[in-house]
Design a protein around this ligand. Structure first.
Ligand code: ADP
Ligand code: MG
Length: 147
C-alpha cells in the first residue's frame, strides 16, 4: 500500500498537486474513491489529475453532478470522473455500469462520493480523502493499493 500526505493552500496548489497524485495512480490502480465534504476540492483535484495525464485541460473538466459521469481520453488512460452525490440506490449504480468502466484495459475511474456505496468501497483500489482545514488550506491523504 502506498500512502502519501499532501497539503495545499490554494486552488492552484491543488491543481498542480494533481501531477504528483497522478504518478501514484499509474499504472495499476483502477478505481479510486474521493472523499471529502462539498467544496473540499475533489473536483479540483480531478482537474489537476486529468491535466497531468494529458486527458483534458483542467478548465474543461467540470463536475459530473448531474450527468453522473464524464469521460476523458488521454494517451495512456481513459479517465472516468463520477460524482455519486445524487445517486440513491445500488440499482441506479448498476445502471451506470461502474464495474464495466473499471474493467476497461486502461481505465482510471475517479469516484466522488463513492463511499456512499459499500460495493464501490469494496471494489476500490484506493482512496483519496480531503480535509478542509480552514481558509484555503486542504489536507490530502492518498492511499493506494490493498492491504
Ligand atoms: P468538491 O468537488 O469536493 O465539492 P470542488 O473542487 O468543486 O469541491 O470545489 C472546491 C472549492 O474550494 C473551489 O471553489 C475552489 O476554488 C476552492 N478552494 C479553495 N482552496 C482550495 C484548495 N486548496 N484546493 C482546492 N480547492 C480550493
Ligand atoms: Mg465535486
Amino acid at each position: 500500500m502506498k500512502e502519501k500526505r499532501f497539503k495545499t493552500r490554494s486552488e492552484a496548489g491543488t491543481l498542480a498537486m494533481g501531477e504528483r497524485v497522478a504518478e501514484m495512480l499509474l499504472p495499476a490502480p483502477k478505481m479510486i474513491v474521493l472523499r471529502g465534504d462539498l467544496g473540499a476540492g475533489k473536483t479540483t483535484l480531478v482537474k489537476g489529475i486529468a491535466a497531468a495525464l494529458g486527458a483534458a485541460e483542467a478548465e474543461d473538466v467540470t463536475s459530473p453532478t448531474f450527468t453522473l459521469v464524464h469521460e476523458y481520453v488521454g494517451p495512456k488512460v481513459k479517465l472516468y470522473h463520477l460524482d455519486l452525490y445524487r445517486l440513491e440506490t445500488e440499482r441506479e449504480l448498476l445502471t451506470l455500469g461502474l464495474e464495466e468502466m473499471a474493467e476497461e484495459p486502461d481505465a482510471l475511474v475517479l469516484v466522488e462520493w463513492g463511499e456512499k456505496f459499500a460495493s464501490v468501497v469494496a471494489r476500490a483500489d484506493g482512496e483519496i480523502s480531503i480535509e478542509h482545514v480552514g481558509g484555503d488550506k486542504r489536507l490530502f491523504l492518498v492511499r493506494v493499493g490493498r492491504g
